[in-house]
Structures are given as structure tokens and as C-alpha cells.
Write a protein that binds this ligand. Structure first.
Ligand SMILES: Nc1ncnc2c1ncn2[C@@H]1O[C@H](COP(=O)(O)OP(=O)(O)O)[C@@H](O)[C@H]1O
Ligand SMILES: [Mg+2]
Length: 619
């Protein structure tokens, strides 16, 4: 193996007539004057002698210089197969490498500094570095079993140097982006990252719009015993509207406006109205009542009519109180403007209420979970999470800030609040680029810009980096990039990372689970393969399988149908009555659906009759 062709201080070509070069592998170039620099293979070629007339003119891809130099160094292009590769030098050189210099493969110790920034017990073992397979044999034992791989449904031993992310470096380079198209390995990668953070007991707040993040089942029976691990006791799974929500009593007018605007954007007039109407300590009921009374007042032709009917309607309440309340309404009427404004507030408010977002326990469980250094997983539809994330992030980030600021000033803080990492998939929904007013974007932007100071970090995954807010994007110091096809997204990646054009060209073709890590922590782009997960979420039913599976209720219905066969599709009255008697109220279409499904399953048969149409019989 040796250097061929013209060189410069950044790139060289190397060639061999025996070794096939692999993408991303490291080589040492024996040029002592330059301290034997290390390079990474970034493009590989084979020159085939069986294609007649291999000479300067026929080589399209490989440099002309390389071909000329190959001949002069004694390679016989007419007779032997020659492998060549373009190599990027990883150290900074001030003059070019000499042509003809010998090239060899390193052992692990020689390149350790370039590949490992921290040890597996101090950092996050996310996978293996591609191109380091040849170093497996010289790898010290503790590094050999931290990243088994998953391939075609099977667990394979780790090959290559583990990729270990020094999460402590997030203190200087905060925030991580995980990008990649659908099926590229984002969720899988996010799971592995979360597993590692859970192991390190980093408090996590995970928004889970896909209901896919739970960590209590073993991913695969083939995982080595010393690697197998689950995390049920370190996770807390909450569903918005069931276990967690917003305590109405604690809302400020600004909070309430944010929640309302998450349903649909609100106007300044609506904001003013909310600020006037909401009183300290209001519950949902008292606020809603006041809002509705005001609407009736604005709807009634004159104030006196309203007064009369109001005083009459709640006789059980003390008269003085009734009058005070009436006066309050009259005063509000002057401040709140149009009836339409109140109606707009009202439907947004009711939508929130119907989703169950107003819960007395509020976010207490989330706080407790973070303080116990757990992974708190908050589930809900994207719509709900968008509403909720803004509120939760503001509250928790606020608490953390108050605590840190107090520490900074040497004061005693009332409440200790830990640093934490916020993780979300579909991040472009929470912090979208563009004009529309999305409350969670403001919070995420603020954390992106200032969170480092307070120890609050983001891990944002999205399949559409081009739709993610620019400010947020620019603050994601470390980016893990999986297969990406869309040109808009590739453009953003080109602008926002230090990836070279060779790597960008590979992005559309990466297999699932393979990606590039672009991070100032490493100073260069590292190609990685994410390790096998330790856990999986309970088996998700494929929606099409779900359509085909028959549950207990379906089974009962089909049994009753069988008992009534033969039936004639144009006269199902008897069958309908029979089903109703057993508690199943079904339309004619639904019953025919069942009949056809049973025909497809081969349980019954369908005959066509010229007079009565279809007749269904036992097969
Ligand atoms: N690191 C990996 N190793 C092996 N297979 C992987 C890996 N990551 C993803 N896959 C495969 O690709 C599939 C899709 O990955 P997933 O993470 O769900 O994609 P995304 O979230 O980007 O749509 C997974 O079900 C898995 O079979
Ligand atoms: Mg996914």
C-alpha cells in the first residue's frame, strides 16, 4: 500500500494490488517528517485490468495523475487488479505528503485518541464507528462488549471500536439533533440514546407522540446476558389528560392564553379579554361560568332584562353577592369587547377541557419523577403534546432557573430542582420554522439558546430538519444524521454541519441504523452504526394486521351469524333481530361486512342467486 499521484496537505490517493480498501477505515501514512499522519478512506475504487486499454484516457473517476503515477511506481495496469482510495488526512499538516510513502493499517492504540474521547463507563455507548472493524482484535477488553449489533433479526457480536459520546461535553456543546427519513433508524437510535442516559441517571423528560417509548421489555432473546437490561423502575410513563395535565388554579393569564392559542391562534382582543376575565384562584368552573354569563349579558338585548333574569335564576345565593357579581359582569362588559371574541375563547377552552387537560394534580408527578432522576415519558397525541409541552417546559425550566440563579447568588433556594434533558421525536411540530404562532417553539428556542447555563438540554429528532426552526437548528451542536433523501433536508444538513460532500452524497443510501455524527466534541464527522437496543416497547400491531385480526366480540358475532345460516343478503331482518337479542346492534352494512369477511376466511360460502341476490351458507 502506498501513496500515489499528486498530494496536498489534506488529501492523498493510495493504491494497492492486494488490499481492498473499505470506506471510513483508518490508515497510517509512513512519512516520518510529518509524524506518520493518520487518514480516513473517503472514496474507494478498483481498476479492472480486464477492461481493455486501461490507460490515462479510460479512467474517468480516478485522477489522471493517479493513473500516471501508478504506472511509474511499477503497477501494471494492463495485467493486475488495482485498488485505490482517496484518503482524508485527519491531522493538520503544513506541507504535502511525499508520493510513494508507505501506507499501513494502525492498531487500536495508535488511533485511540482519534476514536475515543471517553470510556464506556463515563460516556454513552451508542454504537460502533464504521471502518474500525479491523481494529477489533487490538481493542482492550472493556471496549469489546458494549455495543453488540442487530442485523436481519439477529444479534451479532460487536465489530469495531465503540462510539462513545461524552455527554458531559454537552456542558460546552449543548443539544443534540437526530435527523433522518422515515424508517432510517431515528426512533431506534433515540431509544439507545435514552437507554444510555437512563443508565447514567440523567433526569429525562421525554415527549412521546408515538406511544413507543417504554423500556421494560428485553429487545431480543439473543442479547448477551451481561448486556441485557431493562429499565421499568427508572421510568415513569404518564398520559396527558389521564395522569397528568394542567392545574387550572395555578394558571396565569399568559399561561391560559398560550394554552388557548395552541388550539388555534388567538387575537390580541382575545388575549385582553382573557386577562380581564381570569381572576386569581379561578377554577375551570368559575372561569367558565363567568365567561358564559358575560356571553349571555352581551347577547341580551338590554342590561335590565339580563339583570332580572339573572337575579331570578340564582335565588339560593345571597343577594349582596349576586349584586356584586352582577356589577363585576357589567364592568367586564366594558372591557371585553365583542361577543365574537368571547365565543372564540369559549370554544378553545371547551376543546381543552374535553381533552382532559385540566387536571388537579397538574405536573406534580413529572416534577417528582425528574427529582428522582427518572425518565419521565409523557404520552399524548401530537396536538395535545404541543399544547402541553409549552406549559410543562415553561414551568420546569422556570423552576430550574430559579434554583440555579439562587445558587449563583449564594442564596438558599426554596426548592431544589435538578438539571434535565428534554427529548422529543417529531420536533418540527414543536418548534416549526415559519410565521405561525406555536407556543412550544418559544420555550424550545429559549432552552436552545440559554439552557446550557442552567443545565437544561435538548435532544430533538425529526424527519424534516428543513421544517425545524432555524434558531433551534443552529443551536443543535451535535447532529446524528441517518438516511436522508429530500433535497431540502440535505441542504439544511449541508449548511448546519461540517459534513463533507463525500458524506452528504452517501446520505440517501445509508442502511437503517447507520448514520453520521457531526459534533464539535469530535472535531470531525464520524460514521457510526447504532448498537442493538436493550429494550423494546411492547409489540406494536401493524394497522393492517389489526384490520385482519378478529377479537372476542367479532368471534361471538360470527358464531351467532353461523347459527342463522343460510341467510339472504337482501333480507337480514331475522339475523338483525337475533343479534340485537344478544346485545349486538349492527347495521345491515356491518353484517354484510362480517359475512364477506367470513367468506374470505373460508368459513362460509357465498352464492349468487338470480332472484334474491347473494345467499350465504355454511361451507
Ligand atoms: N441500529 C439499528 N440496527 C439494526 N436495525 C435497525 C437499527 N435502527 C433501525 N433499524 C431497523 O429499521 C427499522 C426502522 O427504524 P426506526 O427507528 O423505527 O425508523 P424511524 O424512526 O426513523 O422511522 C427498525 O424497526 C429496525 O428494524
Ligand atoms: Mg420513528
Amino acid at each position: 500500500m502506498q501513496v500515489v499521484g499528486m498530494t496536498n496537505e489534506r488529501e492523498v490517493w493510495i493504491a494497492s494490488n492486494t488490499e481492498k480498501f473499505r470506506l471510513n477505515e483508518l490508515v497510517i501514512i509512513e512519512d516520518e517528517e510529518l509524524n506518520n499522519p493518520v487518514g480516513e478512506v473517503i472514496e474507494t475504487y478498483a481498476l479492472n485490468p480486464f477492461i481493455p486499454g486501461v490507460d490515462e484516457k479510460s479512467s474517468i473517476l480516478v485522477d489522471q495523475e493517479v493513473v500516471a503515477s501508478l504506472s511509474s511506481l511499477g503497477y501494471n495496469l494492463e495485467e493486475e487488479m488495482i485498488y485505490t482510495a482517496k484518503v482524508r488526512i485527519l491531522s493538520e499538516l503544513f506541507y504535502p505528503i511525499s508520493t510513494g510513502a508507505k501506507v499501513r493499517y494502525p492498531c487500536f492504540a495508535e488511533v485511540e485518541e482519534l476514536l475515543l474521547k471517553t470510556s464506556p463507563d463515563k460516556g454513552l455507548a451508542l454504537g460502533v464507528i464504521l471502518g474500525t472493524e479491523g481494529l477489533t482484535a487490538s481493542l482492550p477488553l472493556p471496549y469489546r462488549r458494549v455495543a453488540p449489533l442487530y442485523e436481519k433479526g439477529e444479534i451479532k457480536p460487536q465489530t469495531g471500536v465503540p462510539f462513545i459520546f461524552d455527554y458531559r461535553a454537552m456542558n460546552n456543546y449543548p443539544h443534540i439533533g437526530v435527523f433522518g427519513g422515515s424508517g432510517s433508524g431515528k426512533s431506534f437510535g433515540l431509544r439507545v440514546l435514552i437507554e444510555e442516559l437512563i443508565k447514567k441517571r440523567v433526569p429525562l423528560l421525554v415527549f412521546d407522540p408515538h406511544y413507543e417509548m417504554s423500556f421494560n421489555e428485553v429487545f431480543h432473546p439473543g442479547l448477551p446476558d451481561d448486556f441485557k437490561e431493562t429499565f421499568a423502575d427508572r421510568c415513569l410513563i404518564l398520559t396527558v389528560g389521564d395522569d397528568t395535565g394542567v392545574k387550572f388554579e395555578a394558571l396565569t393569564p399568559a399561561d391560559l392564553c398560550n394554552l388557548l392559542s395552541a388550539v388555534s391562534p388567538i387575537t390580541e382582543a382575545m388575549e385582553n379579554a382573557v386577562t380581564s376575565i381570569l381572576e386569581r384562584g379561578d377554577s375551570f368552573t368559575t372561569f367558565n361560568q363567568r365567561l358564559n354569563d358575560l356571553m349571555s349579558l352581551l347577547e341580551s338585548p338590554n342590561d335590565d332584562d339580563f339583570k332580572k333574569s339573572f337575579m331570578a335564576s340564582c335565588q339560593n345565593i345571597d343577594e349582596k353577592k349576586r349584586e356584586a357579581y352582577l356589577n363585576r359582569l357589567m364592568a367586564l362588559k366594558k372591557q371585553v369587547g365583542q361577543l365574537s371574541t368571547l365565543k372564540s375563547i369559549n370554544w378553545r377552552l371547551n376543546r381543552l377541557e374535553r381533552q382532559g387537560i385540566f387536571r388537579d394534580q397538574g405536573i406534580r408527578q413529572i416534577e417528582e419523577g425528574l427529582k428522582a432522576q427518572k425518565a419521565v415519558i409523557v404520552r399524548g397525541s401530537i396536538w395535545m403534546l404541543k399544547v402541553y409541552a409549552a406549559y410543562v417546559l415553561r414551568s420546569l425550566y422556570g423552576k430550574r432557573r430559579v434554583y440555579r440563579d439562587a445558587l449563583q447568588k449564594g442564596e438558599r433556594a426554596e426548592e431544589k430542582f435538578p438539571p434535565f434533558v428534554v427529548v422529543t421525536d417529531e420536533a418540527h411540530n414543536f418548534a416549526p420554522r415559519g410565521e405561525q404562532n406555536v407556543p412550544s417553539r418559544r420555550e424550545i428556542r429559549e432552552i436552545a439558546q440559554e439552557g446550557r447555563k442552567y443545565g437544561v438540554f435538548l435532544v430533538l429528532a425529526t424527519q424534516r430538519p428543513a421544517l425545524l426552526d432555524d434558531t433551534v437548528n443552529a443551536q443543535l451542536n451535535t447532529k446524528i444524521i441517518f438516511r436522508t433523501v429530500r433535497s431540502h433536508d440535505l441542504n439544511v444538513i449541508r449548511e448546519e454541519t461540517d459534513m463533507g460532500s463525500e458524506e452528504i452524497k452517501r446520505l440517501p443510501y445509508l442502511p437503517s441504523g447507520t448514520g453520521f455524527v457531526s459534533s464539535p466534541v469530535f472535531g470531525r464527522t464520524i460514521p457510526i452504526r447504532v448498537r442493538a437496543a436493550k429494550t423494546s416497547s411492547p409489540h406494536q400491531i401493524n394497522p393492517f394486521d389489526e384490520l385482519e385480526t378478529v377479537d372476542e366480540r367479532d368471534g361471538e358475532i360470527m358464531n351467532i351469524i353461523k347459527e342463522c345460516l343460510p341467510v339472504n343478503a337482501s333480507n337480514l331482518v331475522d339475523l338483525i333481530q337475533r343479534l340485537e337479542a344478544c346485545g349486538f346492534i349492527l347495521s345491515q352494512e356491518r353484517i354484510i361486512n362480517y359475512l364477506d369477511m367470513m367468506v374470505e376466511r373460508g368459513e362460509i360460502k357465498r352464492e349468487e342467486n338470480r332472484i334474491v341476490g347473494y345467499i350465504y351458507r355454511l361451507a
